[in-house]
Design a protein around this ligand. Structure first.
Ligand code: G3I
Length: 355
């Protein structure tokens, strides 16, 4: 089992980190220089959770990863470890070790944790998707899964993406083992089971392509309004924010969307932001990317409902983009060597109140 529950010291573990943090590679800050405040320190001053998706494998691999994660972010989202497939090798078993490593790491470093995700159409194990379960059996499997997972991390995982991507791009409910086998009721049942398992965790509906204006964000808004009308325990909506230098939502549309969710009493978390670009990453695209990160962060900071801003990975070497969008990449704010990119500087400026 991976074990990484020693707090990461917020000093430099490498030359790369030394450049990033403005201190010496020996761990001793230069006497005549104040280190630049980290994103994490600046975000804390603004009351914002600044997060990154992470993996236990990357932590175990060494290098600057752990130090950058703990220094620059105050929130962690397990990228894959809490999904049904990785977590459930069989109906009878749970593979906790990777999720436990990430939870222990976050707590040891004073970070919040976003749990991702309990119910999704993807990354499900074959033992779940292949048999023809009855509706009653599927309800039993899902209830047991949610209550066991949320219950294990009760009081430790701050917020859960309870249901992920239940809405298709045309606004209809997305076909999945859960919709097909249980019906639309799986959504509200999932939230109720999660609340029973941890009454204090914040419960989110999470989706992509619902950040700004359009059919899908209207459908997500209608879905959560319906849940609220049925007194389903939902606390917020996660806006994933997987965008690109070629397209990103208009700031004004995102602001309006965040405001209407706030009006119905919901929080908003930006849950999975990355800004992919066609490779190679040249200076002008890096600059466009920096502007997009900055403008979405500004929009979140300006919205009373938006308290958490998570990026989908620490550095470009960790990103899902190259394997899913051939020819694209460089989507995060640290490069493949964990050196800060222009987007990192832009986010610091925004957190410092600069325009
Ligand atoms: O861990 C296995 C490994 O054992 C195996 O040898 C290897 C062979 O392909 O696969 C590994 O699993 C991969 C896993 O990532 C861990 O690296 C899966 O194939 C791969 O499909 C999986 O991709 C993840 C993807 O979700 C699955 O749809 C990405 O890492 C993850 O970043 C991505 O995250 C999603 C969010 O959960 C929801 N929103 C969209 C976002 C991006 O797709």
């Amino acid at each position: 089992m991976l074990a990484l529950n020693i707090p990461v010291r917020v000093y430099c573990l490498s030359v790369a980190c030394a450049l990033l943090l403005g201190c010496s590679a020996t761990g001793v800050p230069p006497e005549d220089e104040e280190p630049e405040p980290s994103l994490r320190a600046l975000a804390a001053e603004r009351g914002l959770w600044i997060g990154a998706a992470a993996s236990a494998g990357r932590l175990a691999a060494g290098g600057p990863y752990a130090a950058v994660l703990a220094t620059e972010y105050n929130s962690v989202t397990p990228e894959n470890a809490l999904k049904f497939g990785p977590l459930r090798p069989s109906l009878e078993s749970f593979a906790w070790s990777e999720a436990d490593v990430l939870v222990d790491f976050a707590l040891a470093n004073g970070m919040g944790i976003r749990g991702h995700t309990l119910v999704w159409h993807a990354q499900n194990p074959l033992w779940l998707t292949e048999p023809n379960w009855t509706r009653a059996q599927l309800l039993g499997i899902l209830e047991n899964h949610i209550k066991t997972v949320v219950g294990r991390y009760k009081g430790r995982i701050t917020a859960w993406d309870v249901v992920n991507e239940a809405v298709a791009d045309d606004g209809s409910l997305r076909p999945s083992i859960w919709l097909d086998g249980i019906g639309p009721e799986y959504i509200e049942r999932s939230f109720r089971w999660a609340r029973e398992a941890d009454p204090d965790a914040l419960l989110f509906y999470n989706d992509y392509g619902a950040e700004g204006a359009g059919v899908k964000s209207d459908a997500v808004y209608a879905l959560v309004q319906d849940l609220i009308a049925k007194e389903v325990p939902i606390d917020g909506v996660g806006l994933q924010m997987h965008v690109s230098t070629e397209w990103s939502p208009a700031e004004a549309d995102v602001a309006v969307n965040m405001a209407r969710l706030a009006e119905v009493g919901l929080r908003v978390h930006v849950t999975e932001m990355d800004v992919r670009m066609p490779l190679p990453a040249g200076a002008s695209l890096l600059s466009v990317q920096a502007q997009i990160y900055g403008s979405m962060l500004e929009t979140c900071l300006a919205a009373s409902s938006c308290a958490s801003f998570t990026l989908w990975g620490v550095g470009d070497a960790d990103s899902w983009i190259p394997s899913h969008f051939p020819g694209y990449g460089a989507a995060l704010i640290f490069d493949a060597a964990y050196e800060p990119k222009p987007a990192y500087s832009r986010m610091r400026e925004v957190l410092q109140g600069g325009s």
